[in-house]
Design a protein around this ligand. Structure first.
Ligand code: NAD
Length: 341
């Protein structure tokens, strides 16, 4: 019987070693880069693709892989995969649903504390030998109100940590888990009320048509003046223009962003030179991102919240289970066209 051929994209050498040691009996190929027209020719006979976040799996890619049967994305989010095209072509898709629950929740607090205690500014000063406290006064989290938008896996872990800091928590979700609210001591409110009453707002939502630009110039008007906004979900949930406007109007005292709209273009500078550039990216947003990055009260990290050693091992272990189950015709962690992460 012919071996199932799997192409892994965006893998580092330690991940290659780990996967090779656990996936005996499969034919494996590895690429450090994301999927692109140059490496596409080398995988024309693959049955399984395993991308990470930055490989866009669209109709063009799917149409060119005649033997493709299954995509095992090594991420929670799957907005980089065209599920409708997969469905039409009978290609199954699975993800890694919960590898990063504590990892992303802890990172959310890394961003919050960096802003609340001016850690970045403090470091900048001491690096140049300035040990004065000028401009370094922060604020306590204890007693402040945290607004958590999305109380799924990550959002609920954020609430647990917030409670440890002595924060009040307001939450909004389309699916309310009142038992969880009672158990953890937080309150579901409307989104408007959450924006109006929170000192810090943190987003833990999937990116989809409903959540696209949830933070926009209209909703911006609802926020409490001088609040902080944290986004570790997806860049497209916030309209970049509204973020800049909110800073200008001092609605936001600070922003902690692990994700940006058009972040792919920043990550891959060579994309800027490609002929497809204008088609794929919005130049205005890229320029606005540059303005954001240079604001003193804005902390931007490169989609790094998932990136802990333990989380990466969990990603690989779940992907291995996903692939082995697929090979036995038992799909686990399956993603369907109407799912929304
Ligand atoms: P989850 O599915 O467990 O929770 C999402 C919650 O959002 C659910 O409770 C759902 O009911 C709610 N929701 C969905 N649509 C909504 C809407 N329109 N309005 C209000 N609530 C809505 O997901 P999760 O594991 O908590 O992950 C949350 C997000 O974090 C995902 O988008 C994922 O892509 C992102 N993420 C980012 C990183 C990173 O490295 N920055 C890592 C992992 C996950």
């Amino acid at each position: 019987m012919e071996k199932i051929k799997i192409a892994f994209f965006e893998t580092e050498s330690w991940e290659k070693d780990y996967l090779e040691s656990k996936l005996n009996g499969f034919d494996l190929v590895f690429f450090e880069e994301k999927i692109n027209p140059d490496n596409l020719e080398k995988i024309s006979d693959v049955n399984v693709l395993s991308p990470f976040l930055y490989s866009t799996i669209d109709k063009k890619i799917i149409d060119s892989l005649k033997y493709l049967k299954y995509i095992a994305t090594r991420s929670t989010g799957f907005d980089h995969i065209d599920l409708e095209v997969c469905r039409k072509n009978n290609i199954l898709v699975s993800n890694v649903p919960t590898y990063g629950v504590n990892t992303v929740a802890e990172y959310t607090f890394a961003l919050i504390l960096t802003l609340s205690r001016k850690i970045y500014h403090s470091l900048q000063k001491t690096k140049i030998g300035d040990f004065s406290l000028d401009g370094l006064m922060g604020f306590d989290l204890n007693g402040k109100t945290l607004g958590v938008v999305g109380t799924g896996n990550i959002g609920s872990r954020v609430i647990r940590i917030a409670k440890g800091f002595g924060m009040q928590v307001l939450a909004y979700d389309i699916k309310k888990d009142q038992k969880l609210a009672q158990k953890m001591g937080f309150k579901y409110v409307t989104m408007d009320s959450l924006f109006k009453n929170s000192d810090i707002i943190t987003l833990h939502l999937p990116y989809n048509k409903l959540t696209h630009h949830l933070i926009n110039e209209k909703t911006l008007k609802l926020f409490k003046k001088g609040c902080y906004l944290i986004n570790t979900s997806r860049g497209g949930i916030c309209d970049t223009n509204a973020l800049l406007q909110g800073l200008k109007d001092e609605i936001f005292a600070g922003l902690g962003l692990d994700v940006l709209e058009e972040e792919h273009s920043i990550r891959e500078e060579r994309e800027l030179l490609s002929s497809d550039f204008k088609k794929n990216y919005d130049l205005k947003i890229i320029l606005q991102n540059n303005i954001l990055i240079n604001q003193p009260n804005v902390i931007i990290t490169p989609h790094n919240a998932f990136n802990s050693k333990e989380a990466l091992i969990r990603i690989l272990d779940t992907t291995i289970k996903n692939i082995k189950s697929f090979s036995k015709n038992k799909l686990i962690n399956s993603v369907k066209n109407n799912d929304t992460v």
